[in-house]
Write a protein that binds this ligand. Structure first.
Ligand SMILES: Nc1ncnc2c1ncn2[C@@H]1O[C@H](COP(=O)(O)OP(=O)(O)OP(=O)(O)O)[C@@H](O)[C@H]1O
Ligand SMILES: [Mg+2]
Length: 322
């Protein structure tokens, strides 16, 4: 049984004119120690999915249906108190998108980590500060830097602090939402290495959200390609990079710049993701898809299972074609 098993999850935002279908039928599994990468362009619902898993949602969000099983227990059926006392930060924690800029400039970094620990765990102040220093060391920052203020830290160090906070209560699963996006390539590589090291050291399961597929190819065991609130293709990283089946996945892979391979012209996918308040009829990717025909314009695409942990949501794929 996987550690986390998400089935047909739907979460819509209610807005004046209707519903923004931000998470529209998402299924995946995550095993202990596994890393799942969730990739897709801006506005496809990646952050919304992350927030739905932990039910940290704005008041206009409506979970429509589905299940989020952590071992046997459905997070969607838990009450607020159970979520707060047993699940958030203790079993599943999250490094929010853009969080490193959310450090409070007027408090010392160590104090902010200790404060986060005190909020979630029944420990003394001294113990929380001791743990804060231990966590800094774990993410590669000298514990003596605990007394510094955020402006004395580089972007990469701030992101390490956010990762330290996510680890404060020894979770089984860490969700990292675009953890390297604002960083230059060298620091990006350092943060990815940190995540890899932590995963091995702590036997963590990771959900890594990014719009950058090259990051996923480096660190993930499994990949979910998200478009218009749906996972269009899901499978092992090996299978997806070797044999991408969905035209959207193929487009994203063709757009990865390569410094090693022969120089090739980068092909970006023409067009932009749809407005999720009024998504296109049929397959939401059809207006951008080179293979779209009448059925794609009219009928929602089927989920075609190609193995226990592999599926594609597309009219053009038949069972057994992987
Ligand atoms: N509180 C909200 N109310 C209404 N719509 C929202 C709300 N939050 C997000 N949305 C919409 O939900 C959709 C998915 O947004 P989300 O932030 O999950 O995408 P994303 O894939 O994380 O994008 P990015 O790569 O830019 O971070 C977008 O159309 C967005 O405008
Ligand atoms: Mg996002």
């Amino acid at each position: 049984m996987p550690l986390l098993s998400v089935e047909s999850l739907r979460m819509y935002y209610q807005v004046g004119r209707g519903f923004v279908k931000a998470v529209d039928g998402v299924s995946f599994n995550l095993g202990k120690g596994e890393t799942l990468g969730i990739a897709g362009e801006s506005g496809c619902g990646k952050s919304s999915l992350a927030l739905t898993l932990l039910r940290i949602l704005p008041s206009n969000a409506r979970i429509i249906d589905g299940s989020v099983l952590l071992e046997e227990r459905d997070i969607l059926k838990m009450n607020e108190e159970t979520l707060r006392k047993e699940i958030r930060w203790k079993r599943i924690s999250i490094v929010f998108q853009g969080a490193m800029n959310a450090l409070n400039p007027v408090f010392r970094v160590g104090d902010q980590i200790a404060e986060a620990i005190l909020l979630h765990e029944d420990v003394t102040k001294e113990e929380a500060h001791r743990r804060a220093r231990e966590l800094l060391k774990l993410v590669g920052i000298p514990p003596s830097r605990a007394d510094n203020y955020p402006h004395e830290f580089s972007g990469g160090m701030k992101q390490r602090v956010m990762i330290a906070m996510a680890l404060a209560c020894n979770p089984d699963i860490v969700i990292a939402d675009e953890p390297t996006t604002a960083l230059d390539v060298i620091v990006q590589a350092q943060i990815l290495k940190l995540l890899k090291d932590l995963r091995a050291k702590l036997n963590l399961s990771l959900i890594l959200i990014t719009h950058d597929l090259s990051i996923i190819s480096e660190i993930c065991d499994k990949v979910a390609i998200m478009y218009a609130g749906k996972i269009m293709e899901y499978g092992s990283a090996y299978d997806i990079f070797k044999n991408p089946l969905h035209p959207y996945t193929q487009g994203l892979i063709a757009a990865i710049p390569s410094i090693r391979g022969p120089k090739k012209k980068l092909r970006s996918i023409p067009g932009t993701p749809p407005d999720l308040l009024n998504p296109p009829s049929g397959c939401p990717f059809h207006p951008r898809c080179p293979y779209a025909d009448e059925i794609c314009r009219q009928e929602p695409p089927p989920l075609v299972r190609l193995g226990r942990d592999r599926y594609v949501v597309c009219h053009k794929i038949e069972e057994g074609s992987a």
